[in-house]
Design a protein around this ligand. Sequence first.
Ligand code: PLP
Length: 393
Amino acid sequence: MELANRVKTLTPSSTLAITAKAKQLKNEGHDVIALGAGEPDFNTPQFIIDAANEAAQNGFTKYTPSGGIPQLKEAIAKKLDRDNDLSYSTDEIIVTTGAKHALYTLFQVLLNRGDEVIVPAPYWVSYPEQVKLAEGKPVVVKAEESNNFKITPEQLEASITDTTKAVIINSPSNPTGMMYSMDELEKIGEICLKHNLLIVSDEIYEQLIYTDDQHVSIAGISEQLKEQTVVVNGVSKSYSMTGWRIGYAAGPKDIIKAMTNLASHSTSNPTSISQYAALAAYSSEKDPGEEMRRTFRERLDTLHELLNEIPGVTCRKPKGAFYLFPNVKEAVRKTGFESTDAWVTALLEEEKVALVPGSGFGFPDNVRLSYAISIDLLKEAAERINRFVVNHQ
Ligand code: PLP
């Protein structure tokens, strides 16, 4: 059967592809160290699991309103107020099946054929594909590594055309872990206001920051910017709840209403039990990230140092998320491989270390390593990468 044109150019997620290959090697009995994962290696906190159990026992196992149960929307509104100093009413919030589906639904309701969305690179793999699925045109603006992989206001302004509708800001970023400062966001915000662009602010890593830097939501800079921003977030990374599939979007009423209508014909609603689990998470006064941050910071410091000791590898130090995004151009050249992708494949085959090639993030000279595994395995992984580079020189 002939498939629809819209899926013909769809590329499978490179992150999932490498994870699948690593799993296959593991199943064949190989001692694989997988640094491809996009999820924290911590359990969901027990009080959240208990809340889900209770919800299931109490019969909350039926359809819910498409945009989420009112209690959860209220808890999200409180969270936005508490953590981000942002005031939203519940009709400005939609609960979604993960942040990924919030973004997908947003682009579906926002874009007409050919509308452009500015996607700063390195980007999270799904942004360009989701824009294309909505018949929009992703306009990739490549940041400089020397600017910590962040686009400048000048670069942003130069890429705006008559058909630009939105820009995506992801801070802290996947794959780089870099963050935009208040000053940078103010300047970006000014340009967006001047050109009437919607800002899609993906803040999924806001709880995972390892420096004294404060997470800034661009929506919080001014009331005008809030009116032109959709904030996307969720429980996946901050509460180690990737499998529960709960995210949300907060933004202008008309956009949220359209997203809710679309959800009513696509997902019906996010899983009822998961919504009660997320309700417990957002209602809790406990800082969910404390233990994760301590552990991730230690791993980041260790792996960052070890990577920089590998010949031909240079790695900037991220501030958040749980990824490192070293430049391996020189290592690839020294070892004689034709591309980073080929280098990554050989590394997996020979040393059984799985990394994600940067090509999927729009940055082919880099690779992404996730440090969501134990520090001992990270040390072992760095040793293997080093051996691979030295052996091939
Ligand atoms: N946005 C970014 C930048 C991500 O890295 C991810 C997950 O990897 C998501 C959104 C999606 O998260 P969720 O599990 O809530 O769909």
